[in-house]
Design a protein around this ligand. Structure first.
Ligand code: IDP
Ligand code: MG
Length: 164
């Protein structure tokens, strides 16, 4: 079934110059790139993106991480939308396990990630973990006009498109 996922090159990946490698890995699949933009990560965006993790002990640190505070204040990330059959399964396989130390050696996180001495997971990319999460995240990070295919229904308000 066709699924849609959000992929983010996180600040550690951006700072270390891994965006091209990540793109190349996704281009080896038959997933279709339908959206891409460099986004400045505000606190609101980071907290909304990770809202479901707000009770985790690492939440405050995670928000600071996504805002680039551990990486030279590099608060610009590359956000991508991919569509295709089993996009979640394919994308998560490319990413590898959440903890880079436990991730498969050839996955992005296994090969390029690390756990810092302070215990922060530098795991290079975010990939939506199910289609519902993918839809929520894509609608958070992208406006309808920023996605090149109409992957979700939109409404027209005064000539402007909004997600339905
Ligand atoms: P995922 O990114 O593989 O989907 P989630 O459980 O959704 O993993 O967690 C979101 C992010 O929170 C992870 O990518 C990682 O940056 C961070 N994180 C998750 N679990 C831990 C942890 O146990 N310690 C530190 N950071 C964590
Ligand atoms: Mg997740």
């Amino acid at each position: 079934m066709t699924e849609h996922i959000l992929v983010i090159i996180k600040p550690d990946g951006m700072l270390k110059g891994h965006a091209g490698h990540v793109l190349a890995r996704f281009e080896e699949t038959d997933l279709v790139l339908v959206g891409g933009r460099v986004v400045k990560v505000t606190r609101t965006l980071a907290e909304t993106h990770y809202a479901h993790l707000k009770d985790k002990p690492f939440f405050a640190e995670l928000i600071r991480f996504l805002m680039g505070e551990f990486h030279d204040n590099h608060d610009m990330v590359l956000a991508l939308v991919f569509s295709g059959d089993d996009a979640v399964k394919q994308g998560r396989a490319i990413a590898g396990a959440t903890n880079p130390e436990l991730a498969e050696p050839h996955s992005i996180r296994g090969s390029l990630g690390r756990v810092t001495t302070k215990g922060v997971f530098e795991n290079v990319i975010h990939v939506s973990s199910d289609p519902v999460e993918g839809e929520r995240e894509i609608k958070l990070w992208f406006a309808p006009d920023e996605v090149a295919r109409e992957i979700f229904p939109v409404k027209n308000i005064n000539g402007r498109k909004e997600w339905l």
